[in-house]
Design a protein around this ligand. Structure first.
Ligand SMILES: Cc1cc2nc3c(=O)[nH]c(=O)nc-3n(C[C@H](O)[C@H](O)[C@H](O)COP(=O)(O)O)c2cc1C
Length: 205
C-alpha cells in the first residue's frame, strides 16, 4: 500500500466488530512504531497488549468511566461549537466506556520520560512525549494498512493505572489504544476541512 493510502485510511474508530485481530498485524504495527524518530535515539517505548475483560474492567475503574453521563448536558456544552467538532464529541463521549469493553484488543503505550510530565517547564522537556507520539502514528498507520483501527485515549488517572498494571514507576503511559476492525455501524465522522494555504507561512508569520 502507498503511504498516502494509509494516511487517508487512518481514522479514529470507536465502534468495533466482534472479530479477533491477528497478532501478526499488531506485531507488524509495533515493529513499524519502532521505526519512528526519537529524541534520544533510544526509543524507550513499551507496549502492553490487553485481551482480558478483567484488565479492561480495571481500566474503566481507574478512569472512572463507570459513571453515566448525560448526553443533553453535552449537547448544551457543545451547542456553539464548530459542527465537525460537536459531531465528534457527541459521538465520542458516550463511547469512552464501550470502546474499551468492545475492542478485541487494547494496546497500552508506555514510555520513559526524560523529565516527568508534571515537572516539564517547556516543550523541550516534553521531547520524550513527542517521540512516543511519532511512534503511535506509525503504529496507527500500519494498523490502517491492514484495515484495523484504533482510538487514542489518554488516561486521566495514570498513576492508579500504572500501579494496577505493574508498570515500573520511572515509566509513564502515553495512551490506551482500543483497536479492532471497524463496525458497520460506526459513524463516518468528517475531518475538519483545512485550507492549508492559510496554515502555511513563508519566511515569517
Ligand atoms: C492526543 C490525543 C488525545 C485523544 N483523546 C481521545 C480520547 O480521550 N477519547 C477519544 O474518543 N478520542 C480521543 N482522541 C481521538 C480524536 O478525537 C481524533 O483523533 C480526532 O477527532 C480526529 O479524528 P481522526 O483521528 O479520525 O482524524 C485523541 C486524539 C489525540 C491525538
Amino acid at each position: 500500500m502507498e503511504l498516502k493510502d494509509a494516511i487517508e485510511k487512518r481514522r479514529t474508530v470507536r465502534d468495533f466488530q466482534n472479530i479477533k485481530v491477528p497478532f501478526g498485524i499488531v506485531e507488524y504495527a509495533i515493529e513499524n512504531g519502532f521505526k519512528a524518530p526519537s529524541h534520544n535515539h533510544l526509543r524507550e517505548w513499551n507496549f502492553i497488549i490487553v485481551n482480558s475483560m478483567e484488565i479492561k474492567l480495571n481500566l474503566l475503574d481507574s478512569e472512572n468511566l463507570e459513571k453515566v453521563r448525560n448526553i443533553q448536558e453535552f449537547e448544551k456544552i457543545f451547542e456553539n461549537e464548530e459542527i465537525s467538532k460537536k459531531e465528534m464529541y457527541l459521538d465520542a463521549i458516550p463511547k469512552q466506556k464501550t470502546m474499551i469493553l468492545s475492542a478485541p484488543l487494547i494496546v497500552i503505550v508506555v514510555f520513559k520520560p526524560k523529565t516527568k510530565v508534571e515537572k516539564a517547564k517547556n516543550v523541550y522537556d516534553l521531547n520524550c512525549l513527542a517521540s512516543v507520539w511519532t511512534c503511535i502514528e506509525n503504529f496507527l498507520l500500519s494498523l490502517a494498512e491492514n484495515d484495523v483501527y484504533g482510538v487514542t485515549y489518554i488516561p486521566q488517572n495514570p498513576e492508579m493505572l500504572r500501579i494496577k498494571l505493574g508498570i515500573p514507576s520511572e515509566l509513564e503511559i502515553a495512551s490506551i489504544i482500543p483497536i479492532g476492525y471497524k463496525s458497520n455501524f460506526a459513524k463516518d465522522l468528517k475531518q475538519k476541512e483545512i485550507d492549508i494555504t492559510k496554515q502555511m507561512h513563508f519566511e515569517k508569520w
